[in-house]
Design a protein around this ligand. Structure first.
Ligand SMILES: Nc1ncnc2c1ncn2[C@@H]1O[C@H](COP(=O)(O)OP(=O)(O)OP(=O)(O)O)[C@@H](O)[C@H]1O
Length: 582
């Protein structure tokens, strides 16, 4: 994400806002000058109609332009924040899984929600403030020099010391602000971690421990926040000290010179007014520099997150995946296997392969079960088919086409993925069902529900398909969630369904319904299931046995029971476990 580019997109509003600010500042600067002329006119007993008219006009212009300036800049800031959030949201959704999974979700949340506001609003407002303040300060100094350069030098000396100290403070604000934003992100991550596992926390009676941990993180955020406030609150008094000192010197020395006649009372009045007018923009200038420093810390965090590598199709000029354009699937050759692996090697970390020379091939229809001990590489195999990761070597084909060369959108429309905990999205059952195929009609939805053995369940709900689901499908059992996910995947009309079977022991009825759903799905397309239940394994048309990242054996249950020792052991263990449960 390029913030400079985003700011450039809203430059018209920013320039309009800054323009109004500058004209308003000119109207402010004209007021002391006109006041001086008013005093002169009074002392010379001339007409004061014109000076008063001008002063009134300048007042009105100043107020109106000030309001216009604030509105335009505030609006530009909101627009920039909107763009930053929109772009960031899109980039996160299209990010590469290996990089995304390393991010802490709480920190991602803090960067996307709060850092974007801080970055964009502060940058827009403070930048505009810097421009108008610099104009006011330079204009004021020039006009003061024209009135009396000796008094100006005295003022600059007094204010200069205060300004140097303020610049130092502004730097400290930035360092403390960066730390504070990191601490807030760490608190967000901590909160996300425990709330995501709230049932485990309660079951382990760890509420006290976790709340202390959270309080510790919140306290770190509090302390760094206080440092930001502390340095920030010294900024204004520092400038006030400088102002009061220069006022005292200017007034006493100026009055002495008025007494000797080397300075007119009108010029002294104008000069003192400029001094007052100078202080507010000077304070604003240093405060804005401090704010920009804070904003830079937030920009840094937003930009870092925006740099998360994207899933892109190198050969696809349409650019990143999921860009929303309708993409037609190319016709699929019926003779090609649904999925084939040819000597696939893959490692998450260099030198430690997780899959070694994996080769297998699935026919276009039927159920294939993958079995193997925990860590054998079953889920990794699925993730490679979805191209969440790329293999180190070897070729993976879906419907006869090389996964590496397929457009991601096309690949993922050919492959349906039903994850282990089958997460559902907020919304109604219908919205969840048609998620991967929003154009599906009622007949298609009814058919998918029937195939997934969900018809009866949905019919019994008072609102049927329009029943609202809670967060992540709350209100449905694990088996119902999985059947709903199977129905959703069937609506997508994939060539292959990857099914990570639930490990939780389902009750008899739910299990039968899930098994029927899988059998029906396998009539439509190829189903590759990571299977833990013997009932699924036994019914599979073929079984792939994995061990330490290799395919150890393939065959039917009967063949493998006879020929493969590891399978016999796995099946025996599973059978014993299911017996014990029964
Ligand atoms: N994101 C990851 N980064 C690094 N290593 C990983 C990652 N995911 C899995 N692994 C490692 O890869 C190996 C295979 O993991 P995988 O999840 O594919 O096994 P699995 O057979 O599906 O196991 P389970 O049945 O327990 O889910 C394991 O040793 C695991 O520790």
């Amino acid at each position: 994400m390029n913030l400079r580019e985003t700011v450039r997109r809203h430059r018209a509003l920013l320039i309009a806002g800054i323009g109004m600010g500058l004209v308003g500042a000119a109207a402010t600067l004209a007021q002391p000058w006109m006041l001086g002329r008013l005093i002169e006119a009074v002392s010379r007993q001339e007409s004061i109609a014109w000076p008063i008219t001008f002063i009134a006009l300048f007042f009105v212009a100043d107020a109106a332009l000030g309001a216009g300036h604030s509105y335009a800049i505030g609006r530009a800031g909101e627009n920039i924040a909107f763009d930053a959030r929109r772009i960031l949201g899109g980039r996160l959704l299209r990010s590469q899984i290996p990089y995304f999974s390393r991010l802490e979700h709480g920190d991602v949340f803090a960067r996307t929600v709060s850092d974007t506001s801080v970055a964009c609003l502060i940058i827009a407002q403070a930048l505009a403030q810097v421009v108008t303040s610099v104009f006011m300060v330079v204009g004021g100094v020039v006009l003061m020099a024209r009135l009396d350069w000796k008094l100006l030098l005295t003022t600059v000396a007094c204010l200069g010391v205060a300004s140097g100290a303020s610049l130092f403070l502004a730097r400290r604000v930035r360092i403390a602000a960066l730390q504070n934003r990191q601490d807030i992100g760490a608190f967000g991550s901590g909160l996300q971690r425990v709330l995501g596992a709230i049932t485990t926390v309660k079951a382990s009676r760890a509420e006290e421990r976790e709340s202390e941990e959270l309080a510790g993180l919140a306290d770190r955020a509090r302390r760094s926040g206080i440092r930001v406030i502390g340095f920030g609150s010294l900024l204004t008094p520092m400038m006030n000290v400088g102002t009061q000192l220069s006022l005292a010197v200017v007034i006493s020395w100026g009055m002495a010179r008025v007494a000797t006649g080397s300075l007119s009372p009108a010029d002294l009045t104008s000069f003192v007014m400029y001094l007052f007018y100078l202080v507010a923009p000077l304070v604003m200038l240093f405060m804005s520099i401090g704010q920009i420093q804070q904003g830079r810390a937030a920009v840094q965090r937003v930009t870092e997150l925006g740099a998360v590598p994207q899933e892109e199709d190198e050969e696809d000029p349409a650019g990143p995946v999921g860009s929303g354009q309708p993409r037609e699937r190319e016709p699929v050759a019926e003779s090609a296997p649904a999925v084939s692996f040819e000597d696939v090697v893959f490692s998450y970390h260099e030198g430690a392969p997780v899959l070694r020379d994996v080769s297998f091939s699935l026919p276009r229809r039927g159920l294939t079960a993958i079995v193997g001990a925990s860590g054998a590489g079953k889920t990794t195999t699925f993730q490679l088919i979805e191209r969440f990761h790329r293999p180190d070597s070897g070729t993976i084909r879906v419907a006869g086409r090389d996964v590496a060369a397929l457009r991601l959108a096309e690949l993922r429309s050919l492959v349906g993925y039903v994850e282990q905990d089958a997460p559902l999205l907020r919304g109604t059952i219908r919205e969840n069902l048609t998620y991967a195929n929003p154009g599906a009609d009622d007949a298609e939805v009814a058919r998918a529900l029937r195939l997934a053995s969900m018809e009866g369940f949905v019919a019994e709900l008072p609102d049927g398909l329009d029943t609202e689901l809670g967060e992540r499908g709350a209100g449905l059992s694990g088996g119902q969630r999985q059947r709903l996910a199977i129905a959703r995947t069937l609506l997508q009309r994939p060539e292959v369904i990857l099914l990570d079977e639930v490990t939780a022991h389902l009750d008899g009825d739910t299990e039968v319904a899930l098994r029927d759903a899988i059998t029906e799905a396998a009539r439509e397309c190829a189903v590759l299931a990571i299977a833990h239940r013997l009932s699924t394994i036994v019914r599979a048309d073929r079984i792939i046995v994995m061990e330490e990242g290799r395919v150890r054996a393939t065959g039917t249950h009967r063949e493998l029971i006879e020929s493969d020792e590891v399978y016999r052991r796995l099946a025996g263990q599973q059978f014993a476990a299911e017996e014990a449960l029964a």
